[in-house]
Design a protein around this ligand. Sequence first.
Ligand SMILES: [Zn+2]
Length: 326
Amino acid sequence: MTPTTYTEHDRQIWEEELEEFVPARVFDAHIHLFNPQHMGQGTGRTWSHADLETLQSWAQRLYPGRETHFLVLGSPAPGIDVQAHNDWAIQQVSQDSQSRMNRLVTPGCNVEDIRHDAVTHGFIGLKPYRLFSVTGDVAQCRIHEFLPHEQMELANELGLWVTMHLSRHHGCADEHNLEDLAEFTTRRYPNIKWILAHCARSFTYWPIRQAIDRLRDMPNIWYDLSAVTDVRPFITLFSKENTKRLFFGSDGVDSTYFHGQYVALGRAWQSLDTSRFDLQFPHCDGRPILAIYEQLLSMKQAAEIAELSADDIEDIFWRNATEALM
Ligand SMILES: [Zn+2]
């Protein structure tokens, strides 16, 4: 996908629905830089080349006229050259004094290298990922299995952020995850600031409804709203969480700048990229729109239902992240 694949249907949704909803300034707290040169051979998934300039040109296409800055996350691709990727991120993000970055970390990373990158090069946080779990089980791993305790100790010492895409079948509703987060935030690592990605990995109504009463009571928990396209998790978060703990994020480029969405199927979900299917639309004239616009539409409708104010919405898109991360 490139910004040129934006269609007239996308434009219609922007003009009729989103133009009035998205504030003048956007801080995207979940987006990825990616350079295919950092990949080894035969690693499966293909990713778009996305440097900072690409992210800005996408932002101008998606949110025309808005000032946009980013919390850039390392891209957790299996087989990636972690050092080369992080060095390139340093060079890219240095071009924008109002953007920030989280360092890609795997359990194989040396703690002193991470410390050096944070202290010298300005990484404000870490981006671990379940695909690097030492157990080899990417679906059912616990936090410490892909973010080792020695790295959490460092993050605690330096007061770093951690963007955490929770693993395990039930995501934030999983009892191990909830116990681990409670232990880490209240006792073991009180200085780590957690951003629970994708509405605490709640792509359906269910996990966040189960977990919200416990997450809400934990200190140092924030959420990014990226890639969730179902309206229901937003209704729960907007009506039950402190809206100061919510950060807008897009998860661009490859995870949401496609025509489709993340479809909830009961308590399961699946990404649906409409370009991969021969879908027919016999009953309607409309056509698929970008998943990031599906997300924004759901955020807008949930904000109406939860009766958020214009101030709350500006907080979510800009002030919460810029005040917390700068
Ligand atoms: Zn992501």
